[in-house]
Design a protein around this ligand. Structure first.
Ligand code: F6P
Length: 368
């Protein structure tokens, strides 16, 4: 039987997503209700690894007051980072070369020295892979699945995704009128890394004419045919949604930058597609990149609710003696799945899923 919990820590890692604050609130209130003390680690694990940078407030006590009125707020009151993986922390040597260091021991010791019994790690695949490693090294850990990309396995949905899709959809709604007024092709690039969930869901809901996703390498002549077919029907404008990780048949993903100690940054495919479609169709095209707008703002009602449910479930899991698991949506309930399974592979859009079939039935082109 696991020892009774007295103190827990929470951290938020990776790119922010709407709903982070709601999860923090649910964890803190559920923990306080059990008589536990709650602490927040600032900026991923940086508050523990480099406390001096935070004026020694790298770990802060979280009480009822700290989480009052934050459910609807975007961002995270703890701060976050998607650089400096503590398992491969980049350190610059005197000669300018970079050496990677495993600093997980400092995290585990830092928590133990403060009498903290367990960690609730809120993050996407990268952050939860770190959480899994900390669990394997002896820490009690519960993961909460966060990412606008919805690419985490073993949960039907991650929080943040619904808000991103809703925002992208309302942008597509707005782009219709200007596209029609100018008889243009509007190419809308959305985030999602190597998975097409945002593009697919927003594209269908926002009635796009073509949706390009990483899971289906595209041939732009097929998209041009779709645009020309619309022209023949008197619809002289078209909307094309392209996921940042989409690529042409035999082509490459558009990479914006690559830095040591962080994942490659994707971006730029919208411009390329717009340029090539202009050449193929002879129509005026414009590219719009929604980018980080998808990560900002207030979480949707769905995201607020699922975030609060995830946070409360994470605390129940700890109370039940669970560790090394992630809370996951398995409608209608939230259940627990091993972190090892959730982080094993990326959840891509299955080619035979109902949403792809729906899009095809509606006449939306995938460029294939
Ligand atoms: O994983 C979330 C995400 O927003 C991706 O969709 C995107 O590729 C990436 O993060 C962008 O990261 P950054 O904050 O480094 O620009």
């Amino acid at each position: 039987m696991a020892e009774k919990i007295k103190r827990i820590a929470i951290n938020t890692g990776g790119g922010d997503a709407p709903g982070l604050n709601a999860v923090i609130r649910a964890i803190v209130l559920s923990g306080l209700n059990r008589g536990w003390e709650c602490y927040g680690i600032r900026e991923g694990y940086n508050g523990l690894l480099d406390p001096a940078a935070f004026g020694d407030t790298g770990i802060i006590r979280l009480g009822e007051e700290s989480v009052r009125g934050i459910t609807h707020l975007g961002g995270t009151i703890l701060g976050t980072t998607n650089r400096g993986n503590p398992l491969r922390f980049p350190i610059r040597r005197h000669d300018g070369t970079i050496q990677e260091m495993d600093r997980s021991g400092e995290i585990i010791d830092g928590l133990h020295n403060r009498g903290i019994d367990a960690l609730v790690a809120i993050g996407g695949d990268g952050s939860l892979a770190i959480a899994l490693e900390l669990y394997r090294r002896g820490l009690r850990v519960i993961g909460v699945p966060k990412t606008i990309d919805n690419d985490l396995d073993r949960t039907v949905i991650t929080f943040g995704f619904d808000t991103a899709v809703s925002f992208a959809t309302s942008c597509l709604d707005r782009l219709h009128s200007t596209a029609e007024a100018h008889q243009r092709v509007m190419v809308v690039e959305v985030m999602g890394r190597y998975a097409g969930w945002i593009a697919l869901n927003a594209g269908i809901s926002g009635t796009a004419d073509a949706i390009l996703i990483p899971e289906i390498p595209y041939d732009l002549t097929k998209v041009a045919e779709k645009i020309e077919e619309r022209d023949r029907k008197g619809r002289h404008f078209s909307i094309v949604v392209v996921a940042e990780g989409a690529k042409a048949v035999g082509g490459h993903v558009a990479v914006k930058s690559k830095e040591i100690g962080r994942q490659e940054r994707l971006g730029g495919i919208g411009d390329l597609v717009a340029h090539d479609l202009a050449e193929l169709t002879g129509k005026e095209t414009r590219a719009v990149v929604l980018g980080h707008l998808l990560r900002g703002g207030s979480p949707s009602t769905f995201d607020r609710l699922i975030s609060l449910r995830f946070g409360a479930a994470a605390v129940r899991a700890l109370d039940e003696g669970q560790s090394g698991i992630m809370v996951a949506l398995d409608p209608p309930t939230v259940n627990y799945v091993p972190l090892a399974e959730a982080t094993r592979r990326m959840k891509c859009v299955p080619l035979d899923c109902d949403s792809i079939l729906t899009a095809r039935d509606l006449g939306i082109s995938f460029g294939d």
